[in-house]
Design a protein around this ligand. Structure first.
Ligand SMILES: NC(=O)c1ccc[n+]([C@@H]2O[C@H](COP(=O)([O-])OP(=O)(O)OC[C@H]3O[C@@H](n4cnc5c(N)ncnc54)[C@H](O)[C@@H]3O)[C@@H](O)[C@H]2O)c1
Ligand SMILES: [Zn+2]
Length: 362
């Protein structure tokens, strides 16, 4: 990684003005300094348990809501409870919500900030690698209604983001590899040199804090280009959906038994296999990327992904156009672009070969 990239803050432009991402050496001290009568904390229950001592001042605050990070809690049905808590805590215009957690706590807090009192400020301390490296920037909030995932949402950027690597100490390896999946995604999008760097440094990501921190920053810098150009996801930002149409269908077909970023890693491999079979990329490119992608999802390679359920799920993707799937695919020039595909015999056979053979090859 080049030294010029190793600054410890960056600024993101949004429709609500600029906001900053900082790397915090001691996020617990920073959080303690945030405490005031006008701040309301929403904290992931697992994080509250893991960092009971470090977060003690926050946990004793008059307006701290502890939420288990479960999809069912990121729902319209649970919103009344959160709103009632904030009303009890005497929330006022001009107050700020502070999220401490992963993407689930982010989505809940961001949605409440977007809607309560016609808009409140919010601040984010992401505690999962996926949130630190990907979801913390980009303004999106999404919540579920019943079993329909992410159907309600807003574009509401936070006022600031503080990334504390300290939080990652208690995260399991699957969650770390899930975050690395999103890192791989933006590095492939950024081009051959970036993904070759990451493939070379892959093992260090799991063991070296400085390497991890540098790749979080680089990933955010790549994502920044797309969200600043197309914050409302009407054009170029679609590219960030690379691996996601396949990934979401894999999550659905396995009843969410595979962490999101891992399913996306398998999804990118599957998208590349389709690129290879349609002649968009050559065999060598496919297998070079397959190596790093497979390394990241190897623990889940033997999970059964039923082809039928997968094909049903992929046809329901909200980005589909009519009967056609809108897939983000890599081509020979190293570009990632949107292409429309039909669920024809060729597509189904390609998926079958991938799910029954390629996924098991290392
Ligand atoms: N708004 C967006 O832009 C956006 C983008 C991507 C994903 N998402 C949403 O984010 C959610 C997934 O988020 P996620 O992957 O960050 O994880 P998460 O919030 O679902 O958390 C994953 C698990 O890790 C635990 N956890 C969190 N921090 C921890 C820590 N430091 N130590 C130990 N355990 C910890 C949580 O309690 C939970 O059990 C999904 O609901 C997805 O739809 C939102
Ligand atoms: Zn994702």
């Amino acid at each position: 990684m080049e030294a010029s990239q190793l600054s410890n803050e960056m600024t993101i432009q949004s429709h609500k003005g600029p906001y900053k991402v900082f790397f915090a050496d001691n996020p617990f001290a920073d959080l303690e300094q945030e405490i005031s009568g006008h701040k309301h904390f929403i904290i992931d229950a697992a994080v509250a348990r893991c960092f009971q001592k470090e977060l003690a001042p926050l946990l004793a605050h008059h307006s701290t809501l502890i939420v288990e990070a479960e999809e069912s809690n990121k729902s319209l049905e649970r919103m009344p409870d959160y709103v009632a808590h904030l009303i009890d805590a005497k929330i006022r215009r001009g107050d700020t919500l502070i999220a401490v957690g992963g993407g689930i706590i982010q989505d809940i807090t961001c949605f409440l900030a977007a809607t309560m009192l016609r808009g409140l400020d919010w601040i984010f301390y992401p505690t999962t690698l996926l949130a630190q490296t990907d979801s913390c920037i980009g303004s999106k909030s999404s919540i579920n209604v019943g079993s329909v995932k992410n159907i309600l949402g807003t574009y509401t950027p936070p006022k600031k983001i503080k990334i504390g690597l300290e939080f990652l100490k208690t995260l399991g390896e699957d969650e770390i590899r899930s975050g690395i999946g999103e890192m791989i995604k933006v590095h492939i999008i950024d081009g051959q040199r970036s993904i070759e760097d990451l493939a070379r440094d892959y093992d260090n990501l799991l063991t070296c804090r400085a390497t991890l921190s540098a790749y979080i920053l680089k990933s955010l810098m790549i994502k920044k280009r797309f969200i600043e150009e197309d914050e409302f996801d009407t054009g170029t930002r679609n590219i960030l959906n690379y691996g996601h149409t396949f990934g979401h269908a894999i999550e659905a077909a396995t009843a969410f038994g595979i962490p999101h970023g891992i399913a996306v890693t398998i999804g990118m491999d599957m998208a590349n296999f389709l690129s290879f079979r349609t002649g968009l990329i050559d065999e060598q490119t496919f297998y070079k990327l397959h190596k790093v992608l497979h390394t990241n999802y190897s623990k889940f390679a033997s999970v059964v992904i039923p082809l039928d359920s997968f094909l049903v799920a992929i046809m329901k993707d909200k980005k589909n156009v009519g009967q056609k799937m809108a897939l983000i695919l890599l081509d020979g020039s190293g570009q990632v672009a949107k292409r429309l595909f039909e669920k024809d015999q060729f597509f189904q056979e390609t998926c079958r070969v991938f799910l029954q053979e390629i996924i098991l090859q290392h």
